[in-house]
Design a binder for this molecule. Structure first.
Ligand code: ATP
Ligand code: MG
Length: 500
């Protein structure tokens, strides 16, 4: 963070000082976990389901905090903000912090104000805020953008998907006078959420990747999702840049909703930043020619799945805006690494079984992307492909249909085996049957344990296994179990594989 006195911070967040020296300065980072504090830091006391940060005030000061940002007086120097009345912000922070009395909402609102103040001051200097949103690929793209911008100057980006009302200000508050780029992922569960996040750290460059059906249950329709995602480009200033996917009509249409200059990316010939001649290797890694107004260069993406081409183009368009050449961008994309876990993580066991751990989350679009990668990795190789899939959540009235369609796609892509986990996902199993009248190729099992038992029993060297579902299904447990070293092949724990 930039150096601020407690009096300045109290002023910015609308709080009052309690036992605190007005002139004392915060020189470190803002943390909500006392274990992360360093000398000169500020501790944000958040209530939680089990523990309340306010009870750790003294510990925070011992760990180096100059003061505590709190919703009530604590046993330490503090900036105290009043609890918020119940309302939308309150409901979201209840979900986030387990807050019962509005105190979590109050501290989150204070963090938001502080972050906005800091970012605005830094943006008057050399800081550029880059925001990315979309239904799928925000985290993967945020990681690519960070890797393209880091060589251009100090860059801050959140770890993983830490993109909510807490992660957003927490990340923004890590920026200081030396920071050149702040790369943020903006996600929404309802109207106004992206506008709110964009107020906390106003982006100058904003990219929209795609509009899918994630959370369609909450938004009502894809148009509803597009309306909310477009809040990002509405927040951009006149001297900003909106980076939009021309291959997605709902995204392309957002061009009319922004004051900023528009740069289109995609495979379409009229996109300014585009990919031509895309090919996939037997690991489903894409190679393509990156075509831009500033020149062309060849890219070999080390990430698995053709869907990363679109993400890479968005990242390339942003890096171009910030001064990179196509050659530099192509070289950096070709050396990119996967930074966030459980997204197309590919590991091959000693016996030659390859696990595609894509278990972080799922929606119909990312399911399709994962299945296509699985198919590309096994096509013409003689390897058997396994799709081990669980429920896709929050799809509302369309849920059964969406699961049915995925089951059908598995058959159409010629995947060797489908294992559907849990009764909520049963429509995938039924869809597969109806599409291809499979016999033993699709199995419905009740839970993770049954799936693991079946796979331990049936996997053969060379098989490729995709593991994917919405986060709530916790299917990384399948991937992890398959990757654990096993003592013996005929373990007593084996069950008979489920109820087909
Ligand atoms: N452009 C894309 N189109 C479809 N699927 C994608 C795309 N990019 C990534 N995915 C897949 O979507 C899943 C989630 O990826 P990622 O975590 O990057 O997205 P996200 O938008 O941040 O998700 P979340 O909303 O869960 O934070 C992964 O399975 C990933 O492989
Ligand atoms: Mg994410």
């Amino acid at each position: 963070m930039i150096v601020l006195s407690l009096a300045e911070i109290a002023d910015v967040v609308g709080g009052r000082l309690h036992r605190a020296e007005p002139g004392a300065q915060v020189t470190g980072t803002v943390e909500f976990d006392t274990r992360k504090l360093t000398p000169g830091g500020l501790f944000a006391a958040l209530p939680g389901e089990k523990v309340d940060g306010h009870d750790f005030a003294a510990q925070a000061v011992e760990a180096g905090a100059v003061a505590v940002l709190a919703a009530r007086e604590v046993d330490a120097p503090a900036i105290v903000v009043p609890p918020l009345p119940a309302g939308e912000a309150h409901e979201r922070s209840v979900a986030l912090t387990g807050d019962k009395d509005g105190s979590g909402a109050a501290v989150l609102a204070a963090l938001a104000k502080l972050a906005r103040h800091v970012v605005q001051r830094l943006a008057e200097g050399t800081l550029t805020v880059v925001g990315v949103t979309g239904s799928s690929g925000k985290t993967s793209t945020k990681d690519l953008i960070a890797q393209l911008l880091e060589p251009l100057g100090p860059t801050i980006a959140p770890p993983g998907s830490f993109n909510n009302e807490l992660g957003h200000p927490w990340t923004a508050l890590r920026a200081d006078a030396g920071t050149r780029h702040l790369v943020l992922e903006l996600s929404a569960r309802g109207p106004g959420h992206i506008a709110h996040l964009a107020e906390i750290a106003p982006p100058r460059i904003g990219a929209v990747l795609n509009v899918g059906s994630a959370h369609v249950g909450e938004f009502g329709s894809r148009e509803g999702i597009a309306k909310t995602k477009g809040e990002l480009v509405e927040a951009l200033p006149e001297d900003g840049v909106a980076v939009l996917n021309l291959d997605d009509p709902l995204v392309a249409a957002m061009a009319s909703r922004t004051k900023a200059r528009v740069v289109f990316f995609g495979e379409s010939a009229s996109a300014q930043v585009r990919a031509t001649g895309i090919t996939l290797d037997d690991q489903a890694r894409a190679s393509f020619r990156l075509v831009t107004p500033a020149g062309e260069a060849d890219v070999q993406l080390p990430l698995h799945g053709e869907h990363h081409v679109s993400n890479a183009l968005a990242a390339a368009a942003i890096a171009l805006e910030l001064g990179s050449s196509p050659d530099e961008i192509a070289a950096r994309l070709s050396a990119a690494e996967r930074r966030s876990a459980r997204r197309m993580e590919v590991v091959t066991r000693e016996d030659g079984v390859t696990i595609l751990n894509d278990s972080f989350n799922a929606n119909p679009e990312s399911m399709r992307a994962g299945l296509k990668a699985l198919a590309a990795m096994t096509r013409d190789t003689g390897r058997r492909s396994w799709a081990v899939l669980g429920v896709m959540g929050e799809l509302g009235a369309d849920s059964v249909n969406a699961h049915d369609e995925i089951g059908r796609l598995v058959v159409r892509l010629n995947i060797s085996k489908l294992v559907v986990i849990g009764p909520e996902a049963a429509a995938m199993h039924q869809g597969a049957h109806q599409e291809g009248s499979w016999g033993e190729e699709s199995t419905l099992v009740p839970d993770v344990e049954a799936a693991v038992a079946l796979l331990h029993d049936q996997l053969r060297p060379g098989d490729v296994v995709l593991v994917k579902a919405s986060k709530a299904a916790g299917l990384w447990r399948v991937a992890e179990a398959l990757l654990e070293p096993r003592e013996t092949d005929n373990s007593e724990n084996r069950s008979n594989g489920g109820d087909a």
